[in-house]
Design a protein around this ligand. Structure first.
Ligand code: SAM
Length: 230
């Protein structure tokens, strides 16, 4: 009986998600191509989902973003959603550690028609961030790379932003079960989870930010940390 209820709830959630995606966040050829290219090149399937992509666009529009910074490009899926929210003279820089991923990203951006307003910088994000001071401020910053570095990325995101900028970090909800397990004296907390927990704590208490966690993945066990710079 309990299994049946869980199955019904899962089916209902999936149907609601599919309906919202179809109505408000349908994928076009460019977005589908980036997912296909990721598969063909053996990249992990860890991109955001279409509803999250549309939410990134909404945030970009809400802060009238002309300059966007993304940390962690993968195959360009989230980057395409973001770049499409820019005005014609807008610009997005995306930082990617892996040169193979960066190549796929450039091809995906070209296919999606956003190559001219985007730039892919290859290498560890921490190496590039100091160089970007001269190119800021950025109106929206999306953090979606190595989780252990999230606290350091937050520090840079604040330096590179202006009052009213929006800083979004993905995967900030998934860290709580590890924390609860540790509170029950079970298990160690790994560096990635520690990075996420610290990021949440920093954004919660930061005098320059107003923040909230949104559980907005498929099964509400993960999602965005969203901060507005005061
Ligand atoms: N934002 C992408 C999307 O939703 O389409 C997904 C990004 S994926 C979760 C994380 C990416 O961050 C990977 O492509 C990985 O190679 C990159 N990455 C990991 N560590 C990094 C670092 N130190 N600097 C820059 N990029 C990094």
């Amino acid at each position: 009986m309990a299994d049946e209820i869980v199955e019904q709830q899962t089916a209902l959630r999936q149907r609601i998600e599919a309906t919202i995606t179809g109505m408000f966040a349908p994928e076009d050829e460019g977005l589908r191509h980036s997912l296909q290219a990721a598969k063909e090149h053996g990249l992990p399937e860890i991109q955001i989902n279409p509803i999250q992509g549309k939410l990134l666009q909404l945030f970009a529009k809400a802060c009238q973003a002309r300059q966007i910074l993304e940390i962690g490009s993968l195959a360009g899926y989230s980057g395409i959603w973001l770049a499409r929210a820019l005005p014609a003279d807008g610009h997005m820089i995306t930082l990617e550690l892996n040169p193979k991923h960066a190549e796929v990203v450039r091809a995906s951006f070209a296919q999606a028609g956003v190559a001219e307003r985007t730039e892919v910088l290859v290498g560890p994000a921490m190496q590039h961030l100091p160089e970007l001071v001269e190119r800021g401020p950025f109106d929206l910053i999306f953090i979606d790379a190595d989780k252990a570095s999230y606290p350091a990325y937050l520090e840079w995101a604040i330096k590179l932003s202006r009052s009213g900028s929006i800083i979004i970090a993905d995967n900030c909800v998934r860290c709580f079960p590890a924390l609860w397990a540790q509170e029950d004296r079970q298990g160690e907390i790994d560096a990635d989870t520690q990075g996420l927990l610290k990021y949440n704590q920093l954004t919660k208490d930061h005098p320059e930010l107003t923040s909230l966690l949104l559980a907005n993945d498929e099964d509400y066990t993960d999602g965005f940390n969203v901060s507005v710079v005061k």
